[in-house]
Write a protein of this length. Structure first.
Length: 460
């Protein structure tokens, strides 16, 4: 059975005391979910781990909620992923292994923003490379799972100045870590981080497959997803992309859901995408994980996602259910997907307009870069013009050939080679719409004397 509708249960530490496995298994059946993702370990273990410093839920006792749910899901014929979260560790591990911790530029360890005496980890230390590898091995050895799904697997989201990170960056580049974003060495740091994180996924994936050959290690990804990956390694290691953009906040448009599918096709057109949807509101300023979003909000996000090729996946934080108003919209949206899936799976993309997804994550200069893309995206939606993304990472004559028009909302950083590809596209009859600072800077953010595409656009 293809894994096309995912139900995720993100356990909270006290869930082993009171979670109702039958409720979740009934929901999986009613929603026609054919795959599930269940919290297993990392930050907190929800099974009787035997690894030292792999923190067990203090409510676990002699129970095994992870194992119970795995067994139940398998009885329904479902695919199963085990969720791990390596972004933080508890005080005992931090004391025993200070080298695992993320650190600020002065060398101070970084405490968790939400939980006292919980410490953030650095992805470039032996914690990720060795300890989490052993966690993954233990899970796939002891449980009947198809994959490990890693949340917050990149560790600290900022620049970590751990000794391991400093040494690795120095050995690879001959440079010191940049003191801030866009400071000296930033371009090299972005490339180094992408390469090292992709290699880390390769280590984990191989460890899992050594134990269970059919299994894989699948990292969670943010909305920018494939833009921040080493392409060669991703081609080999990422059978699917799972996008963690759980809902909209503020005045974000509902089409933001489907954009995730388009954006990833713009880099890896043949790789399937799953879009995680939360049952609660995602306005981060007022975020309470036990709250429930309106039914229309939940359904719209799911349906717009799968209408643009991002298959549905819902997540519920903690296994207790104080408010069941989210259950019906999840069941309705998932059943709708089940009904239309036979048609959607055979549809082929015929769009003749492409929106360039510019410069890789972490390298853009403009703090308001998303505004330009949002405006063009909204205009194309309102005009009912079918369009696709194409990433500047794969910009070539071959990739541009299906399109009659390419829109450059604000492709401010284009290399000379990328400009040449676009110039040849125009010379061969293609049309380009360019706005704002498109091509005014090279790929490293250095200003040009004139627009890189200036001559081609002027002659057009």
């Amino acid at each position: 059975m293809a894994a096309t509708r995912w139900a995720q249960i993100t356990l909270a530490e006290d869930d082993p005391e009171h979670f109702d496995a039958d409720f979740w298994l009934d929901l999986m059946r009613d929603s026609k979910s054919n795959a599930t993702c269940i919290s297993a370990g990392g930050y907190i273990a929800y099974y009787p781990t035997q690894l030292e410093y792999h923190y067990r839920s203090k409510y676990l006792g002699d129970t095994d909620p992870f194992g119970t749910l795995v067994e139940g899901a398998r009885s329904l014929g479902m695919s199963v992923m085990a969720r791990v979260d390596p972004h933080a560790i508890h005080a005992d591990a931090a004391t025993a292994h200070p080298e695992w911790l993320a650190r600020d530029i002065d060398g101070n360890p970084l405490e968790h923003w939400a939980h006292p005496d919980i410490w953030l980890t650095c992805a470039f230390t032996s914690y990720h490379r060795e300890f989490i590898t052993e966690v993954a091995r233990e899970i796939v050895r002891e449980y009947d799972v198809d994959a490990i799904f890693a949340n917050r697997w990149e560790g600290y989201y900022g620049i970590s100045y751990s000794e391991a990170a400093r040494r690795s960056f120095r050995d690879d580049t001959g440079l010191e870590l940049p003191v801030a974003e866009q400071a000296e060495g930033w371009h090299e740091y972005v490339e180094w981080r992408r390469r090292r994180l992709s290699q880390l996924v390769g280590i984990w994936d191989q460890a899992v497959r050594d134990v269970r050959p059919h299994a894989r290690f699948i990292p969670n990804l943010g909305a920018l997803a494939a833009r921040d990956l080493d392409r060669d390694l991703a081609e080999r290691l990422y059978p699917i992309f799972i996008i963690d953009k759980q809902g909209r906040s503020g005045i974000e448009a509902p089409w933001g859901a489907g954009r995730n599918g388009k954006r990833n096709r713009g880099v890896f057109p043949d790789r399937p995408v799953r879009l995680i949807t939360s049952v609660g509101p995602e306005h981060h300023q007022h975020r309470w994980k036990d709250s429930v979003a309106p039914a229309e909000e939940v359904k719209t996000w799911i349906v717009d996602g799968f209408a643009q090729g991002a298959l549905p996946w819902f997540t519920k934080f903690n296994a207790s259910v104080p408010d069941q108003r989210w259950v019906e919209p999840i069941v309705e949206a998932f059943n709708l997907h089940a009904a239309v899936e036979p048609v959607l799976k055979d549809l082929r993309i015929t769009a003749e307009v492409a929106l360039l997804d510019p410069t890789r994550a972490g390298q853009l200069r403009n703090d308001h870069r998303g505004d330009h893309e949002d405006g063009f995206y909204q205009a194309l939606v309102e005009a009912r013009v079918p369009f696709e993304f194409i990433s500047d990472q794969v910009l070539s004559a071959e990739r541009l050939s299906p399109f009659k028009v390419v829109v450059l909302a604000n492709a401010e950083q284009l290399s000379d080679a990328q400009c040449l590809v676009l110039q040849e596209y125009i010379a061969n009859g293609g049309s380009v719409v360019a706005a704002y600072e498109t091509s005014l800077y090279d790929e490293r953010g250095q200003a040009r004397a004139d627009f890189g595409l200036g001559e081609a656009l002027a002659s057009g």
